[in-house]
Design a protein around this ligand. Sequence first.
Ligand SMILES: [Cu+2]
Length: 314
Amino acid sequence: MNTWLRNLFLPSASSIRAEGVDDLFIFVLWLNILFFLLIAGLIAVFVLQYRRRSANQKTAHIEHSTSLELTWTIIPSIICLIVFFWGFNTYMQAAVAPDGAMEIQVTAKKWIWTFGYPDGSVGIGKLWVPVNKPVRLIMHSEDVLHAFYVPAFRVKADVLPNRYTETWFQATEVGDFVMPCAEYCGKGHSQMRAYVKVVSLQDYEKFLEDGDPEEKGLPPEKLGASLYVNLGCSTCHSIDGNKGQGPTWKGGYGTMHKMSDGKMMMMDENYIRTSILQPQANIVEGFQGIMPSYQGQIRERQLVALIAYIKSLK
Ligand SMILES: [Cu+2]
């Protein structure tokens, strides 16, 4: 029955803690169903049983019933205690990562997720992890409150500025799992999505050595188009000419643009490169300097690909 309920409306349970969380959730759900039926049923019965049968009917005067009051105090208290201790135990398992867990730094900023791996490499938009290994995440935000959330792992934790928070998970299946930001963090919040990419240990080691295999062998323009989404550029820059939080990419290359300090600049390769690595250097008139820097977080090949993609948007 529980498996059936789980499959009906919960996402796949793809981490070792997921089923424990589901069990408690389904227990509480059953409690709600049972008490709903009990209370609604009693209301119906009492309405019929104790309805006013004649105009001057008087009911018996009852002050209280000690046994009834004890019953409806003790039974709910016991149920509350069961749910509390069960939940506390599940929470403690979620709060403390097992010894020897691999550590990954997670940085949130409007509106991208950045991941720092144990070997010092950094990735954006995709969190690569090996399957069946505990992974501890040490997280912080560079601006406002965000929340790390992987529904399939039943993991959710706030990500705060000025302090670290942590959580951990151990994925049990290979695959891509969506990771939306779960804390309203401004205009681009609904697009602040990343993926957890669970792969075999060999594939994970290969990723650390040679980077994302999905980026390999792609012509720069195509790679740029996928980075446009994966690196979070799409949150602020449109490719259809519409004004977003940042200037549109469409038709921008090769034309002159007015900066906020009044000077005119040609949007060429160097202009784009500077804008990605040091976004505050030149702010286009009419926009705010809110773009995060991608310095140290993006490889040369990715930069070249983004430039090629922008050039293709005539
Ligand atoms: Cu967010």
